[in-house]
Design a protein around this ligand. Sequence first.
Ligand code: HEC
Length: 177
Amino acid sequence: MSSRHRSPSVSVLATSAATAAKAAKAALAAVAAVAALSALPALPALAQPTPAAAPTAPPTMLERGRLEFESNCATCHGMGARGDGPMRPFLAREPADLTTIARRRGGSFPRSEIADLIDGRGMTEPGVHGTREMPIWGRVYREQSEAQTRGTPFPAEWSVRGRTLALAEYLQSLQRP
Ligand code: HEC
C-alpha cells in the first residue's frame, strides 16, 4: 500500500529529473549552436555581442586570413606563401609564389579580383594558368558554409566571400616590392 503511494511521487521526481536533463541538453545544444555560428569567419554580424570586459577581441580580417592561409594553403604555397610548401614535389604545376602577385601585376593588388581567383567558381576556363591544380575553394567553403548556416537566416554566400576576401587581404600584406 505504502509503496503504491510512494511510486507516483518517485515517478514525478524521475520525470522532473528527466525534464531537467532535457533542459540542460537543450541549453548545451544552444550554446554549441551559438559557438558554431560565431565561428563563421565571414559573418561578424553573427558574432555574439561582446561584453565590454571580454578578455579577447574577435580576430581581425587579416588575422582570419592568416589562420585560413596557414590551415588550407600553406601545404602547397608554403608558410611564407613563396610557393615552397611540402606538397610542391607532388604537384604537376608549381604552386605560385603568392608574395609576388602585385609585382607580376605592375604593382597593383586588386583584392576583390584575387578573392575571385581563390574562389575559382567563376572561372570559365580550367584556370588562368592552364589546368587548374588549385582546389576550387569557393566550392569547398560553400559546402562548409551551407552546413553552418542551415536553419539560420544567414545566406551561405556571405561566409564564402568573407573567407576569400580575408585571404586576399592577408596575401596583400605579404606582397614584396
Ligand atoms: C593542392 C595545392 C594547392 C593548395 C592547397 C592551394 N593552392 Fe593555390 N595554387 C596552386 C597551384 C599549383 C597554383 C598555380 C597553378 C594553378 O593556378 O593551377 C596556385 C595558384 C594560386 C593563385 C594564383 C596566383 C597568381 O599569381 O596568379 C592564388 C592567388 C592561390 N593559388 C591562392 C591560394 C590560396 C589562398 C589557397 C588556400 C585557400 C591555396 N592557393 C591553396 C596549388 C594550391
